[in-house]
Design a protein around this ligand. Structure first.
Ligand code: HEM
Length: 276
């Protein structure tokens, strides 16, 4: 049987760079159920949560009900057998779930015609802090992303308000990093990409994301599942490498800077030129 195509290939079409909205529907089980890396991921989540739970978990009082509804559904989506102890407070409950689900999760609550981030457990952030974002409307959460609100702000708000419970809507973001570490919390001070790029030190970092609306509270669960692929592997796929090279060439400077790619961009393009 031929190997199934890696899904990350579809991230780099032969088109100039733009942020892409593109969603695909699947069941919440498909997104949240344990995958092949299961125990390794849960062990690493536990390591960060043991070290500093307050860095990775947060729940606002107005997020408590949404959290409890999330736990109820997520136990089923991920096939969890155990039940959270009754004495847990909201923070303890978020941590309980964060130790059992492979994906990170963020909770959103409707506030008029927008959604606010009211809690979550994010052990593997791509260079942002959950603690900076909790309590903010989504448009403010996205404020550091150059051009995103201008281009997609209204579309994102409309999309969220029309989600229907029962299915997961999935999409992806990608970045390049210098280390295969899952946890890129800014306070860890991991080294970024610099002008000297070595193929063995570059990794494609894909965030597979899922939005699931909750029928009871009207909240939304935003799941984030990470995949790390060595650049050497991407380079072996000529069409994907060409799409990535085109994205890097055509990306606005402001976006390259935001993604931490600015110092390495020329070196990365040269590397990909040599590849194909
Ligand atoms: C619904 C459609 C959404 C779209 C199209 C979208 C798109 C994006 C894009 C393009 C980025 C920049 C990533 C990069 O290129 O490196 C981003 C960043 C981010 N998004 Fe979203 N997003 C969506 C929903 C959400 C939701 C529901 C949340 C959860 C609250 C969220 C939280 C974030 C965060 C925390 C960042 C990083 C911001 C930072 O660097 O400070 N996004 N998003």
């Amino acid at each position: 049987m031929p190997e199934p195509e890696p899904a990350w290939r579809s991230l780099f079409p032969d088109k100039d760079f733009s942020f892409r909205f593109g969603f695909r529907a699947c069941s919440p089980q498909e997104f949240f159920e344990p995958g092949p890396l299961g125990s390794k991921l849960l062990t690493e989540r536990a390591r960060w949560l043991d070290e500093m739970p307050e860095r990775y978990c947060r729940v606002r009082p107005e997020g408590g009900e949404i959290l409890r509804e999330t736990v109820k559904h997520a136990r089923e989506w991920a096939g969890l057998r155990d039940v959270p102890p009754l004495e847990l407070d909201d923070l303890g409950l978020a941590e309980w779930l964060g130790r059992r689900l492979e994906p990170d999760f963020v909770l959103l609550r409707r506030n008029g015609d927008q959604f606010d981030l009211v809690g979550g457990c994010v052990c593997f952030p791509s260079s942002w802090r959950l603690t900076d974002k909790v309590g903010l409307p989504l448009a403010e959460v996205h404020a550091p992303v150059p051009g995103l609100n201008e281009e997609y702000g209204d579309t994102i708000a409309r999309y969220l308000s029309r989600l229907r419970p029962g299915m997961a809507m999935t999409r992806a973001n990608w970045g390049l990093s210098r280390s295969p570490e899952l946890n890129h919390h800014p306070d860890l001070g991991l080294p970024g990409l610099g002008p000297e790029v070595n193929v063995s030190e570059v990794f494609l970092r894909i965030e597979w994301q899922a939005l699931v609306a909750l029928a009871g509270t009207g909240g939304i669960v935003f799941g984030i599942r990470l995949e790390i692929v060595p650049l050497a592997e991407v380079i072996r796929e000529p069409e994907t490498a060409a799409g990535l090279r085109r994205a890097l060439r055509t990306m606005p400077d402001s976006v390259a800077l935001y993604k931490g790619l600015e110092p390495a961009r020329d070196g990365l393009i040269r590397l990909l030129d040599q590849a194909g």
